[in-house]
Design a protein around this ligand. Structure first.
Ligand code: FES
Length: 76
């Protein structure tokens, strides 16, 4: 699904960035350009990013870290 029409960023792109260690929405914007033009996609992009981060954290808890998500590890 395309999240950001202006920058052609999909939900998969956002999830990929979260799995690669992108830890803030600002970082996501720098990497993808999402929500940096008209801004209409901002809320949706933030939701998709938050879900991707939550999924990565749950994967870490269950011992199945998403690729490149070591920065999402929870403290012991
Ligand atoms: S739709 Fe994402 S900045 Fe316009």
């Amino acid at each position: 699904m395309i999240v950001c029409v202006c920058r052609r960023v999909s939900d998969r792109d956002i999830k990929r960035q979260a799995q690669a260690g992108c830890i803030s929405f600002d970082d996501l914007q720098m990497e993808t350009g999402v929500a940096t033009c008209c801004g209409r996609c901002g809320d949706c992009a933030r939701d998709v990013f938050a879900q991707a981060q939550a999924h990565g954290a749950v994967a870490m808890i269950h011992g199945h870290p998403a690729q490149g998500s070591a920065s999402l590890a929870l403290p012991a």
